[in-house]
Design a protein. Sequence first.
Length: 310
Amino acid sequence: MNMGKSLRYRALFIAASLALAGQTAFAASLSFVRQTTTSTLAITYSAETTAQATGTVTIKKGVFTGTDFCVVLTLLSMTQASPENLSYAMYSPAATLANQLSLTGSPTSPSEVLAGSFSSTSTKNSTITFDYAFVVSPTTMPPPGSYIATIDESIYASTYLPSGTALASNTLTVTVTVGSLYGVSVVPTGSSFSSTTTSQALNFGTLAPGQSLGADILVRSNVSYSLLLSSSNAGSLANLADPTSLIGYALTSNGSAVPLSSGPSPIASASAATYSAAARYDLVATISPFATYPSEGSYADTITITLSSP
């Protein structure tokens, strides 16, 4: 998925190239000591891969006289936007994401909290550190903007169920930044969007008038977009050895003619954002009747797909 103003895509007949937006992870730490500190995490959303930020919770025994304790997480607020929301969760440990932590404040098992135990002989300066990850999934593609989660982290003298008054509390703020995202995939007719499938070659074999082959262009975006097609040979197949020998073809998209003889031709203009559901544009190329007997040899054309955001 590409962040930017416009993308250009090429292949033997119909093709695309795609650059993936990476993910950014930041680390943060906080401590339950005799004071409350504020911790923040920042994540840059990726439409292709999970994006995550990792943090740590350090528990200092201090004047705590018990042995068992747990850190319970409660989501206090989360910025969301229509029509698609962020898909996210918290896990521990950060390296394996083995346990999904509850964000409801009402865990149902020890695996849903950060649970630990001090030995009866440990000193007041003893500490136990946990790490976790806040993970954002690319299963949805929300509108551009900043999404802020506010999470309460409270420690209780229990194995996993909050009981009585919290021994200490901390507020974790997670900011997820979603940029303007749009990308294209060129796939066999009827196939699904795939960021790694960015080119298709339509091989007609021995050319004859009336032959038809096709492929699909799929677009995903969280902003409005426009889509242009242009031909390197003005809508004709050119002989690779003798470029003056041409064979015409007609191109349609979703049943409508796409004229290529006079320059770029739009097949979508200021179209609405698709979000996670890709918009499909089926392309069909049909060989035109031969005006004259063409020269023997191999013929090809390159269609350029230009995807842009206003």
